[in-house]
Design a protein. Sequence first.
Length: 368
Amino acid sequence: NMSNTQETPESSLKRGSFVSDFLESGRKKVKTCLSTTTDNQHIEDLEYMLKSVKALVKIIDEIWDNCEEHLASSENRESPLTFQREVFEEAKVEKKGRYLRITTQIVSNTKDFGSPPAVPKDLSKLVSFDPPDSESESDILPDYKKYLEKSSILCEELLLPFLTGFKEHLENVQVFLGQIEEWLVEPEVIDSFLKKTFVGPGCRRKRDPFKIFLYGSSCLDVDSEMKSKFDICTEEGREGLKATMNYIKIYKPVTQIEVKGAGEKAVNGTYTLRGLHDDVYYYCYSGVWDGKRVTFSLFRQQKKERWCIKCNRQNQSDEKLRFYWTKSTAEKYELPPLNGWSIEGEDFRGIDPPPQILYKVDNGIALL
């Protein structure tokens, strides 16, 4: 009966040694089961993971430093991570009479990004996690550097899986803060787009003080179906505005036309935009014919499907004062053709060679 057997000091010592050996053997078996690599490889993995985590903590700190100054005032915050920015949000295309302008203005808006990704419970079970003080204005994000330092109490077998999980969590935090940073730097992207798109004649950045005038010019009739507002906070909106600006540049009216090289030297000169005739612009030039001051006109006759250069003089028939003509394409925004001018037919008074035509716009050659 073992219950009646009295244990001697020698047997007690022997039993204690057996238990100690048993526990040590168990530890070795656990280490063997946990370790899937060599000791050297394990150390290398641990060092690499530690460097990666430290790098992520540094990146997160840098991103947060850039974002923190744009936090909305406490009375305007829906959550601790509500941010504020000033941005060109919408561009408008407006037409008044024959004058078209594109404007935008700076607006202030806020956005609530909610809460950052929470530290996973698997990590907080290994290393206790102290959440940021909800009452503090500056203590919004957790102190990840301090949390990393606390993990140094872990043994190597636990430290590597902890760092692996912590690294994954920090990557999620980096993505979250990256979305905030992208939203905050978007005004710089928009401003750069506006500076690049609206350059050259007709473009100016004048504040009044809220509205920015980007472009203004006389123009052809803008299609009624043309979009008049663009959300330039989106890529689609910026591309739409850019396409509209290109359209306006292409169909910007030719304000002057130079007629040169004609055998009838009286018609050579700079013809200036005067108005609409036959649904297109016509041009006039003040010159001399037969010793008298007259006005030469460059215009389209849709009924006869042609363009003509004629002279307006009192007490004379228009037909007898025509000099050159060329065929019309009858297009909506047609300009006087560059080529094909002739003196043949209908008693035209021109002299060969026919004229050469050059388009001009305000401050430059027309983009056609």
